[in-house]
Design a protein around this ligand. Structure first.
Ligand SMILES: Nc1ncnc2c1ncn2[C@@H]1O[C@H](COP(=O)(O)OP(=O)(O)OP(=O)(O)O)[C@@H](O)[C@H]1O
Length: 256
């Protein structure tokens, strides 16, 4: 469970996040959606302590114990929550398998064990990265680099994953594969995966819970079928859509 209480955030004089209260259930895929500038990335970076918490509280519960992001030491936080941000700067002179091992750093602190080696091998297999494993990151395409970055986050093996627009640059095959892997991580390994998506149909198809944000506030939280409606799409994005139903989940079609 992720618990956020009264979280507000300013950048300069601009009020970016307003009094956010959220309880996000464990072992789910949770889609965070909302228009550009709504505050999704800011919320993620505060949750992962990449930006200091200015007011409010955030905690991640592990084994029935709440880990507060302010009091948590760096190593514990790094084994609790992993985040993929939108603007990842990667060192191009690393090879793919070296970057994945870097994801294991909170565990091995520079001295990889057989468990770390096995985990990296498992993730290479699972994310179909074997043909790329020895390549330098600087030689990869945008989509290949994105897949490797996501795999590195999964290598970190944390109970909570925050993924900011992980589908960027991914083709239809890899986007679908990734969403299925995330679902498996939540269902089989009981991980909680919070994912910023701009493709509402991916959110509708794969998320257990959808959180809607606009102008720094949370406007709705619920199951896709309950919250993805003509009205909420108009309210969030000012678009007119038709909402269809496919196997109990909404599918939206832009109404021209
Ligand atoms: N470093 C900064 N300085 C000033 N304003 C910022 C800074 N970072 C973010 N903002 C502002 O904060 C608001 C929220 O930005 P944020 O990146 O969190 O939105 P988002 O919902 O992730 O948007 P997107 O969907 O476009 O990625 C925006 O108005 C943005 O311009």
């Amino acid at each position: 469970m992720i618990t956020i209480n009264n979280l507000s955030h300013h950048i300069g004089k601009q009020h970016i996040l307003h009094d956010i209260d959220l309880s996000l259930p464990p072992s789910q895929v949770i889609a965070l959606i909302g228009p550009n500038g709504a505050g999704k990335s800011t919320l993620f970076s505060v949750m992962a302590r990449l930006q200091p918490l200015q007011s409010g509280q955030v905690s991640f519960s592990v084994d029935n114990e709440a880990r507060d992001i302010v009091s948590c030491d760096a190593r514990t936080l790094a084994t609790t929550v992993a985040m993929l941000s939108q603007d990842n700067q990667v060192q191009g002179r690393l090879r793919v398998h070296e970057l994945l091992m870097f994801g294991r750093y909170p565990y091995h602190q520079g001295k990889p064990t057989t468990t770390d080696v096995q985990k990296v091998a498992e993730i290479i297999e699972r994310f179909e990265l074997a043909p790329l494993a020895d390549r330098f990151l600087s030689t990869l395409s945008g989509g290949q680099r994105q897949r490797v970055l996501i795999a590195m986050i999964v290598c970190q093996d944390t109970p909570y994953l925050l993924l900011d627009e992980p589908l960027n640059n991914l083709d239809m095959y890899h986007a679908g594969r990734l969403m299925r892997e995330l679902r498996k991580l939540s269902q089989v390994e009981q991980k909680t995966v919070v994912i910023v998506l701009h493709d509402i149909n991916q959110a509708a198809q794969f998320a257990d819970t959808v959180v809607m944000m606009k102008e720094g506030t949370v406007t709705a939280v619920g199951r896709p079928a309950d919250v993805i409606t003509q009205e909420t799409m108009k309210e969030l994005y000012n678009v007119d859509v038709t909402v269809l139903n496919h196997q109990g989940r909404p599918v939206i079609v832009d109404t021209v």
